[in-house]
Design a protein around this ligand. Structure first.
Ligand code: DON
Length: 599
């Protein structure tokens, strides 16, 4: 019997060996998110003097580093990465989707940009239900009816105009070249494409680019050339967001939508607008965390969990021991229960101040036992004390079809961005001859209050569909700072798991002294209130710890690896290491092909 997971044992023996070790093989070679042999910098803790760019695709990270080398700042580099990922990581990188960015300017001011999608004007609360009120499977996840109005172009362009130093043409040049000249697929790229061959075979516009001439899937070593996408990007580079929202691109997308039975209209595009919001801010052991406010429920959950855990000495309880996991799981359970009633702040009132109030966390702690599991069914949103309420247990499947990129420059300007098409290749439809994959973000609404979405998240009335409304998200791009300086840039895809992935890296660095590579690699645990189960990545816990937790009433559920966190730590590789002044970065080895590139 294995007494102690290899991973944790390694951490205890040496805090530096792991950084140079090959990651463990945790899953099958066909799994696009598994540790893979061609992971370009597996085990490497990258460093840079002038900046750091971390993303899930090495060519996109290179694009960002190139822009930094040309004198661009973190915003210029982030824009370059955002457009490049739409080309080289097309399953999730996008201009046909949307997302969030947390920015920290060199003045220390933090800003949150919501460039998430909006429901089209013709959307209705019951559009995914049949006449008897039953949710029609697949309608909100596949095909044109699943598509919401994209925000990525508006989001990237707005930060470039406001805080960038370089021209749009310069920031977009790497993406345009990658689309026009193509790039050679590595195994990680090919694995991602292979998740969605059926879409490429079905979509008349995608077929020409995404399959070999004989109609078979592209393979590692093949070149992916995307001429239509290159044309769209060039148009945006020349004419700006107008080309996308009030020009030929919107026109072609609307045409393809109408042809495919979708609802999109020109006015949906011309009325699209991004929002600049105040980030949610909480503190944890002297560090400040700026993260995503609603329409994300992720930042609220992250801060609520951190607030609850700040009352425990997590370091003394130990890394992934039964007592520390028990506290973490109960904090997660409460935070996910509270997340259920959040929605678009332009449409509903969200009790954010209450949920992230340390006094509320204190009250919650009073109700958390330290030797047994609470029952999820006893929790009521926004209330610290258990009270009975029945909840249906939905199915949950993990998804990873979103992507994070993190950038920090030598002036301390930081960008943490998470954007998405929602499912791999979104709704599986291309916007006609634009070469742009369209999102299926409509699934993040509650198709029916009480019914779970694809992440098993149960929604409430607050997240019901309405024209122009933004669906609730879990994305939580975050920036940690202290004494006026950026310390960490972090975020991840992972659907409902995003807040707990981000939490895992933050706890690893702050409570357990891990370097950023180790904290990103650290096997994760997750509980999301409903369905109630403690999910565990392979080797997350020792057998003894699992036995103790089971005896305390926890249902443990082993799970394949999840999330793709991209992390940066400023000034030293870990908080306990001597200051070097370098910037350190780690791409998550759970996906083959990402890279941290220092400048
Ligand atoms: O906004 C959200 O929460 C989801 N659309 C994110 C999807 C996601 O993370 C899928 N991949 N892991």
């Amino acid at each position: 019997m294995r007494a102690f997971p290899l991973f944790l044992a390694t951490l205890l023996i040496s805090s530096t060996t792991l950084a140079n070790a090959a990651p463990q093989a945790l899953s099958s070679a066909h799994d696009p998110l598994a540790f893979g042999p061609d992971h370009v910098n597996a085990g490497v803790l990258a460093s840079g003097r002038h900046g750091m760019v971390v993303s899930a695709q090495h060519l996109a990270s290179d694009a960002g580093a190139q822009v930094l080398a040309q004198g661009g700042n973190a915003v210029d580099a982030a824009v370059a990465v955002g457009y490049a990922l739409a080309v080289v990581y097309p399953a999730a990188g996008n201009i046909g989707g949307g997302g969030f960015m947390t920015l920290r300017l060199k003045t220390g001011q933090t800003v949150f940009i919501d460039f998430r999608e909006h429901a089209p004007g013709a959307a209705t609360a019951t559009m995914y239900q049949d006449a008897s009120g039953k949710v029609i499977p697949g309608l909100s996840t596949e095909g044109w009816k699943a598509v919401a109005i994209p925000g990525t172009v508006a989001g990237l362009d707005s930060i470039l105009q406001k805080w960038g130093k370089l021209s749009r043409a310069k920031a977009m040049a790497p993406a345009i070249a990658l689309a026009r000249d193509g790039f050679i697929l590595n195994q990680g790229d090919a694995d991602l494409l292979h998740t969605s061959t059926r879409y490429f075979q079905k979509d008349p516009y995608a077929r020409a680019f995404y399959l070999r001439p004989d109609g078979t899937p592209l393979q590692a070593g093949d070149r992916l050339v995307q001429k239509d996408l290159a044309n769209s990007l060039e148009l945006i580079a020349k004419k700006g967001p107008k080309a996308f929202y009030d020009g030929p691109i919107a026109k072609e997308i609307v045409r393809a939508s109408t042809e495919g039975g979708g609802l999109l209209q020109p006015a949906d595009f011309t009325s699209y607008h991004i929002r600049h919001l105040e980030p949610i801010r909480c503190t944890y052991r002297g560090y400040t965390i700026d993260t995503a406010p609603p329409p994300s429920g992720g930042g609220v959950a992250l801060c609520e969990i951190l607030n609850i855990l700040s009352g425990y000495d997590m370091h003394a309880l130990g890394l992934h021991t039964a007592p520390s996991v028990q506290r973490e799981v109960e904090a997660m359970r409460h935070a996910y229960s509270d997340r259920r009633d959040l929605g678009d702040p332009d449409f509903v009132h969200n009790p954010v101040e209450h949920l992230i109030d340390p006094a509320y966390a204190y009250q919650i702690r009073q109700g958390i036992p330290t030797d047994r599991a609470l029952s999820s069914s006893t929790l009521r949103a926004g209330e610290p004390l258990p009270a009975p309420v029945a909840q249906a247990a939905p199915d949950t499947q993990e998804k990873h079809e979103t992507t994070q990129f993190s950038v920090l420059d030598h002036d301390g300007m930081a960008v943490s961005a998470t954007y998405t098409l929602n499912g791999w290749f979104g709704a599986g439809v291309m916007g006609g001859h634009t070469g742009i994959w369209m999102n299926d973000e409509m699934d993040d609404f509650s198709s029916k209050p009480g019914a779970p979405n694809m992440f098993g998240i149960v929604g409430s009335e607050a997240n019901a569909i309405a024209p122009g409304k933004t669906p609730l998200s879990s994305m939580s791009p975050s920036i940690v700072s202290r004494d006026g300086k950026t310390v960490m840039v972090i975020g991840s895809p992972g659907g409902s798991r995003i807040p707990t992935i981000t939490l895992s890296v933050i706890l690893g660095v702050i409570d357990y002294g891990l370097d950023i590579r180790q904290a990103v690699d650290l096997p994760r645990i997750h509980e999301q209130w409903e369905p109630s189960a403690v999910e565990l990545e392979p080797d997350a816990l020792s057998d003894e710890t699992m036995q103790t937790l089971k005896a305390e009433g926890y249902a443990l559920s082993p799970h394949r690896p999840w999330g793709v966190a991209e992390g940066i730590l400023a000034g030293r590789p870990s908080l306990s290491a001597a200051k070097t002044g370098l910037i350190y970065g780690a791409a998550d080895p759970r996906h083959a092909g990402g890279e941290a590139v220092g400048e």
